[in-house]
Design a protein around this ligand. Structure first.
Ligand code: PLP
Length: 463
């Protein structure tokens, strides 16, 4: 199979630096062409997650804010006091939304702005490891997470040398087995993890019960609100049946909440909130003796663009509480309407009790046959496994008129198709990040597009 390389037919492939620079307008035209084509794909509202705001005017506004600071390195703080203002206010607004003020007397809630959910989770794990080493003398700490927790936790265990214990979840509710967690706490346990909500099913772990365990054993509890942290609080305020998952539970010591998801900021930002600054100490890195000068950085990254902070801040203050509530209301309503369409089919089953994003499976047929049909009709869900299921994360593009009706209609068609599929084996499968258009087999997809992602680190393929 010839190596797949995107746009090779249309544009020159840069195997080496062009001898002479190209005119800016030509480059911008090329970029615009690709961006427009790629935007067309999700603007139909048929694509799960990933495009949270979907409003091109909002994107243009953030781009303008980004442009003023894109060249600024926020590590050089003396040159950009604005970065301290942006960062401080992004953290303050996030803490406020997550009830950081409920911290007990003497505690100082604080935070860190990172490049995304994964970095927030990695940073939390690093902070807990350092704390466990310094305050409890634990050389190799352990963390206990629901098996539905995001894979970034395993990545963190791998990178920072923590043992990962995975707690099973109830197959019906999809929520973590708290008794298992309780039984596996040892004197090496640095933290417990709960999700609000988990990526897979959009369900919220029993944070209150995990918090009780954390308090009882004097250990940490990280709530992964990367996906839900910037929408569930508004859902609760609007009166939807959202359980408390934040610092109002006394055992919750850190929460990650991604501003680049339902904060509607540009990609590349998330906030890691701490109940108390003592735990955050583990994230500062200081080297006084380096020949390059005394060095200090507040987190994992070194240089960072001021543009991300400026645009994220601009997103938050331009929407305000009123904007976030308005967007959340439509997203919750749309999600519940889509869930109603799913539950109207006896052949389909929702996974647990979801909120703004949901997942469904079937006991009657291979759900990937249904996915094949939906794919042909322009839908891009996320394929899941153990059990096979389809995931739909509702974002603003789905709140456009007509999308719920199209979903309801196509789902009905998909159910009928899946009962009598045109071929024995479904073409699509369980791959994070969606599947190709057309009839490319899932395996080819894995071989093609995923390896392409890895190959990109080695440059462009040979002819
Ligand atoms: C619950 C949850 N946690 C963590 C992450 C990781 O976030 P990111 O992809 O921004 O690193 C995601 C991403 O979808 C998520 O849904």
């Amino acid at each position: 199979m010839a190596a797949y390389y995107p746009y090779a037919q249309r544009y020159p492939v840069n195997r080496r630096m062009p001898e002479k620079g190209r005119p800016r307008d030509e480059i911008l035209a090329e970029l615009r062409e690709m961006a427009t084509q790629e935007d067309d794909f999700w603007q139909t509202g048929q694509c799960s997650g990933t495009m949270y705001c979907g409003d091109m005017e909002h994107y243009a506004f953030m781009t303008e804010a980004f442009g003023m600071y894109s060249h600024v390195n926020v590590l050089q703080r003396d040159m950009c006091p604005s970065a301290t203002r942006f960062e401080g206010e992004i953290i303050a607004m996030t803490l406020d939304m997550l009830h950081g003020s409920e911290a007990p007397e003497g505690a100082s809630p604080c935070g860190s702005v990172t490049s995304g959910g994964t970095e927030s989770i990695l940073s939390a794990i690093l902070a807990y490891r350092e704390h466990a080493r310094e305050h409890r003398g634990i050389d190799r700490p352990q963390m206990i997470l629901p098996e539905t927790a995001h894979v970034a936790f395993e990545k963190g265990g791998h990178l920072f040398g923590l043992d990962v214990v995975k707690a099973p979840v109830d197959p019906e509710t999809t929520l973590v087995d708290v008794d298992f967690v309780k039984d596996h706490i040892t004197d090496r346990t640095a933290l417990l993890v709960g999700s609000a909500c988990n990526y897979g099913y959009g369900t919220i772990d029993p944070i209150g019960e995990l918090s009780d365990l954390a308090v009882e054993h004097g250990i940490g509890l990280h709530v992964d609100g990367c996906l839900g942290g910037w929408i569930l609080p508004w859902g609760e305020e609007l009166g939807f049946d959202v359980p408390v998952f934040d610092f109002r539970h006394p055992g919750v010591s850190t929460i990650s909440a991604d501003t680049h998801k339902y904060g509607y900021g540009p990609k590349g930002s998330s906030v890691l909130c701490f109940r108390d600054k003592e735990l955050r100490q583990g994230l500062y890195f200081v080297q006084q003796q380096w020949s390059g000068g005394k060095y200090m950085s507040p987190g994992i990254a070194g240089s960072r663009s001021g543009g991300i902070l400026a645009a994220t801040w601009a997103s938050l203050v331009s929407l305000g509480r009123e904007g976030y509530l308005r967007y959340a209301k439509k997203i919750f309503e749309t999600s519940y309407a889509m869930q109603d369409a799913v539950t109207s089919h006896a052949e389909l089953k929702l996974m647990g009790k979801p909120y703004f994003c949901f997942s469904f499976r079937s006991n009657e047929f291979d759900i990937y046959h249904l996915n094949d049909f939906m794919r042909e009709h322009g839908w891009r869900f996320n394929g899941q496994q153990h059990p096979n299921a389809l995931h739909m994360c509702v974002t603003r593009p789905q709140t456009q008129p007509g999308v719920v009706d199209a979903f309801t209609r196509d789902l009905a068609g998909g159910v009928e198709y899946a009962k009598h599929p045109a071929q024995e084996k479904a073409k699509t499968g369980a791959v994070y990040g969606g599947l190709p258009k057309g009839d490319t087999a899932a395996l080819q997809f894995v071989e093609g597009v995923m390896t392409q992602m890895l190959d990109a680190h080695q440059g462009v393929p040979e002819d």
